[in-house]
Design a protein around this ligand. Sequence first.
Ligand SMILES: Nc1ncnc2c1ncn2[C@@H]1O[C@H](COP(=O)(O)OP(=O)(O)OP(=O)(O)O)[C@@H](O)[C@H]1O
Ligand SMILES: [Mg+2]
Length: 234
Amino acid sequence: MSAIEFKNVKKQFKDGNNIIEALKETNLKVEMGSFVAIIGPSGSGKSTFLTVAGGLQSPSEGEILINDNPFSEVEEKKRAKLRFKEIGFILQASNLIPFLKVKDQLVLVDKVNGRKGEKSKEDLFDQLDIADLANKYPDELSGGERQRVAIARSLYNDPSIILADEPTASLDSERAFEVVEILAKETKCKNKATIMVTHDTRLIEYCDHVYIMEDGVLREEKDRSQKKIETLCN
Ligand SMILES: Nc1ncnc2c1ncn2[C@@H]1O[C@H](COP(=O)(O)OP(=O)(O)OP(=O)(O)O)[C@@H](O)[C@H]1O
Ligand SMILES: [Mg+2]
């Protein structure tokens, strides 16, 4: 089953009289169990691709399927439901809720989703080493700590698809590897699909497909991934 499919998808923005083709015609299938990296220069269209994939923006043309179901074509209410249930976002700005303590950031997930995951908050907090921060507010955390809380929140609902935009950007290298390993394990051992935008080419060792975005064009680079993932679930 494919987790995400792009069929002839384009995304354009208007800038005065100019049209910016942020994403040129894109066809792509991401299978369940696959960990995909997207690298490429600033402004090349990586975040646009990811937000269109997750239905945070509509494509200008073409169609997106999620778990083989129509996604971009269905009405917003249905799409939002599917998004909450199936997709975990880790966005470039970590988007924590400013007036909630760390331990309460996940409460909204319980409320909105009627949670389906089996994951306990405690296990996730331990895994991401944020248990000691439970009673702090986002503005009392470092960038890296905020990022780890955002990652915990995105995994809490056990989404079948994880879309991560620079999830390790504010982390030191040791933590960056830890986080990417968590994402790789989620993907490989639980048969999810993960797309990770990253500048850090060391991290693509954990990915089984690497794509390069250049000027709105996505192309697969065949020999880049190192398949460090094969022993992860043992
Ligand atoms: N909402 C928008 N309105 C107008 N132009 C936009 C919008 N979002 C993105 N763009 C433009 O689309 C292009 C792609 O932007 P995008 O954010 O996808 O790049 P990116 O590859 O994620 O860059 P970075 O690595 O800096 O995060 C850029 O030229 C950007 O200015
Ligand atoms: Mg971006």
